[in-house]
Design a protein around this ligand. Structure first.
Ligand code: AMP
Length: 277
């Protein structure tokens, strides 16, 4: 595995690979503190491509004023080992100064779907996400890029961006990896105390309850939300929402076209989770 720190060096290395006939590039963008969820994305990329590139970049533009940019976990050594053992070919580890200049062009998330749910609690967050993903995709020019369903709104917006800008990359969604007790893996879980870790289970329990109701053919989204909110008590709930795959609100759950999402604050940590129906 090669560790590459500048966009130019990575572009040049990938050009050489292409010249040697390695055309299929799988790309997994991350912010590091890698866990088994990230590993699953890397495995999927490894299975389907000749070259696998992972980036680790804690992107400053997607953090709002007062958020956890400074204290976001950074584990360069451990992450390097995970990538090496997972068969990654290139680990891209840029500096913010290699990615951003001053007074730049940037990508703007759609006015409605970029500013609801996660975009309401974190206005501008998705502008930062889309801008960095656009930059990274242009540096790597992958055949396929892998994103977790865990960040469902992010996945939807990236899929839309790729379509809206006529970009030549296949966006591959990957199922959420969970702990045995149901908690969705997240780098931010490391902020949780033992008590908060137990409280955090309420998110996956609320989604489980919602899924049970759907199985019983209770499809009215208001009814389902009320039940979810009661499971989530006493957490501070940012939203419990039921939308279609394009993030338009639904009155009734639709088979194969519904995402049920929840975001809640546990202690000081904002956690998200969702299920796809
Ligand atoms: P992050 O490092 O948090 O920016 O995440 C990098 C990628 O890993 C994103 O596409 C996430 O959606 C994905 N991811 C994060 N947690 C999980 C998980 N538990 N299961 C599957 N994918 C995940």
């Amino acid at each position: 595995m090669k560790i590459v720190r500048t966009p130019d060096a990575l572009k040049s290395a990938l050009r050489d690979e292409k010249r040697q006939g390695k055309e299929q590039v799988g790309f997994v963008p991350t912010m590091g503190a890698l866990h088994i969820g990230h590993k699953r994305l890397i495995q999927e990329a490894r299975r389907a491509n000749e070259i696998v590139v992972v980036s680790i970049f804690v992107n400053p533009t997607q953090f709002l004023e007062g958020e956890d940019l400074e204290k976001y976990p950074r584990r360069e050594e451990a992450d390097r080992k995970v990538c090496e053992l997972s068969g990654v070919d290139y680990l891209f580890y840029p500096d913010a100064t290699d990615i951003y200049g001053d007074d730049e062009v940037s990508v703007k998330a759609p006015n409605v779907r970029g500013y609801i749910l996660e975009g309401t609690s974190r206005p501008g967050h998705f502008d930062g996400v889309l801008t960095v993903v656009m930059k990274l995709l242009n540096i790597v020019r992958p055949t396929r890029a892998y994103f977790g369903k865990k960040d469902a709104q992010q996945l939807m917006l990236i899929t839309e961006m790729v379509k809206n800008f006529f970009m030549d990359v296949e966006v591959v969604p990957v199922a959420t990896v969970r702990e045995e007790d149901g908690l969705a893996l997240s780098s931010r879980n490391s902020y949780l105390s033992a008590r908060e870790r137990r409280e955090a289970l309420k998110l996956s329990l609320a989604l489980k309850r919602a899924t049970e109701l759907v199985m019983q053919n209770i499809l009215d989204t208001d009814k389902i939300r009320v039940e979810m909110l009661s499971v989530l008590e006493p957490l501070e709930v940012e939203y419990a929402a039921i939308v279609d795959r394009e993030f338009r609100p639904l009155r009734e759950v639709e088979a194969n076209n519904t995402i049920i999402l929840v975001e809640a604050v546990v202690g000081k940590t904002r956690l998200l989770d969702n299920v796809w129906i």
